[in-house]
Design a protein around this ligand. Structure first.
Ligand code: NAD
Length: 405
C-alpha cells in the first residue's frame, strides 16, 4: 500500500471527438443501477466530480479525476500519445507512481517500459482486461495491477449479442443497400438466416460469457459453453446449457461461437487454423474478448475460403489497428473499433471504480479482492481465477504504425 501526497499519476486516454469536446449528448442521463447481477456493489468512492452519462474516457474527460487528484496534492498527467519511444507516455513513465489506461486505447506496459519506470507501484485498468500489462513483469517487480471488475461486462454482453445477430441475419450489407439507394432484396437476403434453432456457444462463462448465455436463451437456440471453471449445476440446468471440457469439443458442434475469456498465455492464438478447421463450415465467430485470442491471418483465410461465414467483434491487435490491418478489409466482417466496453453508461462506472481504487491506495485501505489481478508478487483476486502467469504484450510496439486519418 502507498499513501501521502505528491504521487505522479499518468493516465492514457483516447483522443477527444473529432468535432470537439464535449459532444452533444443524445440522452439526458443514464439509468441508476442498484447492484451487479451477482450482487456485487457498484463502485463506491467517497464522491465523484463528473456527471454520469458524460464522456469521461477521452483526454478532456480525464475520467473526472483531476479535481480529486489536485485536492490530494498529486500530479496528474493525461495524454493520448502512448506509442513509440518518443511518446508522451514513455517520457512521463520514468518517474510515474501510478499508470491508468483503458483497454480501448491501451498503454502497453511491456517489460521494457516497466524497467524504465523504477517508481511504478500500480497499474490501473479503467475497464476490464489487463493483458496490455506484462503481468509477469508486474509479478516480478511487485507492481499491483487492478481493474474495475463488472464495470462493463453487461455492456460487452449486449454488444456481443448485437454482433451475433448482425452476422447471422447479415445486417451490415442490408444497411448498405439502404444507404446506396437500392432495393435489392435477393442480394440482401442471400446470406441472411434466423438464429433460432442454431447451436450457440461461449468460450468462457465468466461475468460476460454467462450474461451472453442468459441473453441468448430467449432466442430458442441450443446453448453451449466451455470454461476452466464449470458453472453451478442449477445455473447450467436453468440455461439448458451443455458444458464442453475442451474448446475443440465446443466449436465442433456450434454454429455461432462468442469468445469471452481473458487474453493470457493459455488463450493467445487459441483460434488458429487448426481450431477453426474443427468448426462446422459456415460458422460465425464473435470476439469481444481480445484480438490476439484469434490468429489474425487464420481469420482472414477462413473468411476467404468460406470456412467462416462471418466474423465480428471489437477487439484488435495491436490497438489502435493500423489502417492496413487486414481485419478492416476482410470479407463478411462486422467489426467495430474497440467500443463495446466504453459506452457512456460504462464510463461512469469505471471512472468511479478507478477513483475508488485510488482512494483505497492513497488511504492505505485494501483494494477490493475482485478488482485485483496482480498483488504482492502473484496473481490475486480475479487475476488468480481468470488468468495464468506470463506475458501477452508481445508485438505491441506495432501500435506505433497507426496514423489517424
Ligand atoms: P471474468 O473474469 O468474469 O471471466 C473470465 C472467464 O474466463 C473465467 O470464467 C475464467 O475461468 C475463463 N477462462 C480463463 N482462461 C480460460 C481458458 N483458457 N479457457 C476457458 N475459459 C477460460 O471476466 P469478464 O468480465 O467475463 O471479462 C472477460 C474478458 O472480456 C476480459 O478479460 C477482457 O479481455 C474482455 N473484455 C472486453 C471488453 C471490451 O470492451 N471489448 C470489456 C470488458 C472485458
Amino acid at each position: 500500500m502507498s499513501s501521502g501526497s505528491g504521487q505522479k499519476i499518468v493516465c492514457v486516454l483516447y483522443d477527444d471527438p473529432v468535432a470537439g469536446f464535449p459532444p452533444d449528448y443524445a440522452r439526458q442521463g443514464i439509468p441508476a443501477l442498484s447492484q451487479y447481477p451477482d450482487g456485487q456493489t457498484l463502485p463506491s468512492p467517497s464522491s465523484v466530480d463528473f456527471t454520469p452519462g458524460h464522456l469521461l474516457g477521452s483526454v478532456s474527460g480525464g475520467l473526472g479525476l483531476a479535481p480529486f487528484l489536485k485536492s490530494r496534492g498529486h500530479e496528474f498527467i493525461v495524454t493520448s500519445d502512448k506509442d513509440g519511444p518518443d511518446s508522451v507516455f514513455e517520457r512521463e513513465l520514468v518517474d510515474a507512481d501510478v499508470v491508468i489506461s483503458q483497454p480501448f486505447w491501451p498503454a502497453y506496459l511491456t517489460a521494457e517500459r516497466i524497467e524504465k519506470a523504477p517508481n511504478l507501484k500500480m497499474a490501473i485498468t479503467a475497464g476490464i482486461g489487463s493483458d496490455h500489462v506484462d503481468l509477469q513483469a508486474a509479478i516480478n517487480r511487485g507492481i499491483t495491477v487492478a481493474e474495475v471488475t463488472w464495470c462493463n461486462s453487461i455492456s460487452v454482453a449486449e454488444h456481443a449479442v448485437m454482433q451475433m445477430l448482425a452476422l447471422v441475419r447479415d445486417y451490415i450489407p442490408q444497411y448498405g443497400w439502404v444507404m446506396r439507394g437500392g432495393w435489392n432484396i435477393a442480394d440482401a437476403a442471400s446470406r441472411s438466416y434466423d438464429i433460432e434453432g442454431m447451436d450457440v456457444g461461449v468460450v468462457a462463462a465468466g461475468r460476460i460469457g454467462l450474461a451472453v448465455l442468459k441473453r441468448m436463451k430467449p432466442f430458442d437456440v441450443n446453448l453451449h459453453y466451455t470454461d476452466r471453471h464449470r458453472l453451478p449445476a442449477d445455473v447450467e440446468a436453468e440455461l439448458g446449457a451443455t458444458f464442453h471440457p475442451t474448446v475443440e469439443s465446443l466449436v465442433s458442434v456450434c454454429d455461432v461461437v462468442s469468445i469471452h475469456c481473458p487474453l493470457h498465455p493459455e488463450t493467445e492464438d487459441m483460434f488458429n487454423d487448426e481450431l477453426i478447421g474443427k468448426m462446422k463450415r459456415g460458422s460465425y465467430i464473435v470476439n469481444t474478448a481480445r484480438g490476439k485470442i484469434c490468429n489474425q491471418d487464420a481469420i482472414v483465410r477462413a473468411l476467404e475460403s468460406g470456412q467462416l461465414a462471418g466474423y465480428a467483434g471489437d477487439v484488435w491487435f495491436p490497438q489502435p489497428a493500423p489502417n492496413d490491418h487486414p481485419w478492416r478489409s476482410m470479407p463478411n466482417h462486422a467489426m467495430t473499433p474497440h467500443t463495446s466496453g466504453t459506452s457512456l453508461s460504462a464510463q461512469a462506472r469505471y471512472a468511479a471504480g478507478v477513483r475508488e481504487i485510488l482512494e483505497c491506495w492513497f488511504d492505505g485501505r485494501p483494494i477490493r479482492e475482485e478488482y485485483l489481478i496482480v498483488q504482492g508478487g502473484a496473481l490475486a483476486g480475479t487475476g488468480a481465477h481468470s488468468y495464468s502467469e506470463g506475458d501477452a504484450t508481445g508485438g505491441s510496439e506495432e501500435a506505433a504504425r497507426f496514423t489517424a486519418s
